[in-house]
Design a binder for this molecule. Structure first.
Ligand SMILES: *Cc1c(COP(=O)(O)O)cnc(C)c1O
Length: 217
């Protein structure tokens, strides 16, 4: 696969689902990938990237951002409160707002920094103990809490359980977003992004299908 193959498949999935062309943003997930592969995708003109660790992203993106204009960085991994400030300084969008303490920390830092990245609330649609995200039953109240803190909640994000039909989780996420009036849906990865687009994804997070398999780590 290559960037071009993935963007063609996204365009086809948009058309098949009757979605507006260009309504789905591809986030190229560059975690753990060697810099040469990331640079190749930047050279092809792609600008939206996802990382799951603040520290790793701090080590690699400032240099790329000097070299390439218009990079949009998305945090897609779980965030500890003590890294919230660094995350807000580096990332344009945070997909993993998942608990009241983090929401309160972001709200305080937004006042201090005078800016705030766009945010997605992560929902643990599979109710998995090891996975981050607010439970579906708590999602409505948590979204309202974030909004009352003036956080720019643009949408919802989920990572379906590996052993379950992803479409059920995508549909559940879309339903929670609709009843809360939040527009964007961050869902779908290498193995299931077309399904996610059919169910309304606005942001797909695709790593290995663009860059190749990640080595250990
Ligand atoms: C790694 C990762 C992805 C990309 O996974 P692929 O299967 O390589 O496409 C998407 N979302 C999250 C949250 C990830 O951590």
């Amino acid at each position: 696969m290559s960037l071009h193959d993935i963007t063609s498949r996204i365009a086809k999935a948009e058309a098949d689902a009757g979605r507006t062309p260009g309504s789905v943003q591809l986030i190229a997930v560059s975690k753990v990938q060697p810099d040469t592969r990331v640079a190749a995708v930047l050279d092809e003109g792609h600008r939206y990237f996802g990382e799951n660790r603040v520290q790793e992203a701090e080590g690699k993106w400032p240099a790329f951002q000097q070299q390439y204009d218009g990079v949009g960085l998305h945090l897609i991994g779980p965030l500890q409160s003590n890294k919230a400030r660094s995350a807000m300084e580096l990332f344009d969008v945070i997909h993993t707002l998942d608990r009241p303490k983090l929401a309160q920390t972001f709200a305080r830092l937004a006042q201090e920094l005078g800016r705030c990245p766009d945010m997605f609330v992560q929902v643990n649609t599979g109710e998995e103990a090891q996975k981050a995200g607010v439970l579906p039953a708590d999602a409505d109240a948590f979204i309202k809490e974030c909004q009352s803190l003036d956080l720019p909640v643009r949408g919802l994000m989920c990572i379906p359980p590996v052993d379950e039909e992803a479409a059920l989780h995508f549909a559940l996420l879309a339903k929670i977003a609709a009843r809360n009036g939040v527009g964007d849906l961050s869902m779908g990865m290498s193995s299931d992004f077309e399904k996610a687009i059919a169910l309304g994804a606005t942001h797909v997070r695709v790593g290995s299908a663009i860059f190749g398999e990640r080595s250990a780590g």
